[in-house]
Design a protein around this ligand. Sequence first.
Ligand code: GLU
Length: 459
Amino acid sequence: MTQVRVRFAPSPTGVLHLGGARTALFNWLWARHTGGKFLLRIEDTDRERSTEESARAIADELRWLGLDWDEDPVIQSSRLPEHIAALEKLIQQGRVYKCYCTPQEREAMREQALAEKRTVLYDGRCDGKPDDPTQPFVWRFRMPRSGETVFDDLVMGRVVTPNAEIEDIVIARSDGSPLYNFVVVIDDAFMGITHVIRGKDHLTNTPKQIQIYQALGLSVPQFGHLPLILGLSKRLRSAGIGAYQEQGYLRDAVNNYIARLGWSHGDKEIFSQAELVELFDLANVNRSEGALNLEKMEWINQQHLQACTKERLAELTQPFLAQKGVEARADARLAAACETRRTKCRTLVEMADSVAFYFVADEALTYEEAAAAKHLVPRVRELLAGLGQALSSVPDWSEPALQAAVSGYCDLAGIKLKEIAQPARVAFTGSETGPGLYEMMVVLGKTSTVARLERASRA
Ligand code: GLU
């Protein structure tokens, strides 16, 4: 079998949204699964809407997802001479004609078709007209007038289109500047693309492109059209991958989630990147639409968080703490801190929020007003001061030793643990929520534990 060569061909007019990321991921997975090549082409021929900034952002987002490409990206606009040469070939072969129709004429044609309940198609009226050098024109490609264009879509199955229903499409403006359905063929052939995997919104373009391949004598690749992605608001659907990164989603979780939008492997829900590469098969891509669901995405993220080592969690959480202005190194202490909150957090933002208290200066910890009013009352403050003193002489700062010391103190003071457990939690975290008391004290360390109890006793 010839080596698989696939490509992702974004138009650089915005960010990489979920739909685009899925197209990129499925192409990348197919290349990695088959030992083929994954290529990138920047389709920047729309000079008004394309920006370099967008091309850079898309490349950064692909890199963040780990979807690395194997050859230098092809910049479509740099291939204009090749596009013009192909147009000239079609002109010489008589496969294209000049169309002089005005926008008004095309609109009238459209209205008439609608009134007669026919598909709106250009009717070929300029085909065979004599040249008129005084009039502006565009180049149209003449489709066959009879027969069918047939292809076996790797996802959708056999697609049969009567040629009479394929419009004579405009492939170039009068200055020779070429349009999408034309250049995509020339560039895919140039790049040796074997499989064109893209969104279903391109399904009706494919018969047009097949006709152009054939006219230019190029071999036609295989096609696979991915189902649409539905659900959520348009705003969320079009949010860039960068937004998910900022919200504290893990790279592998985002890829896992995107992969499941249109692909499945039995009942399995959680996949590492390596498992995706191993198990992905175009044959298992669903035909039905994938629906976005944020809760599911959070759940998947949580599963990936659970699977990280605590050292990895520390590395991932550190930048989110820095963003909050909390200084912490990705060291064993942060790893231990993350471990105490691992099961509670769905995203790295939540993780950073929930471990930040460990790292603020003891004197700078802020108490939630309601929690302080409820728990840091005069008699309890005295007890906290006493607890602080008792703990300052614990030699072995381990969970069992701390448990023994706290219960010894409760006996001595004649109180039950629950009378000081919540107040102590407020003293340590500033709120009523937080990790288990003893594991929290171990991570806080003796100095901070004692200092926070002492400070709360003065609150
Ligand atoms: N630039 C096109 C898009 O972003 C690429 C379509 C294709 O893959 O052929 O939709």
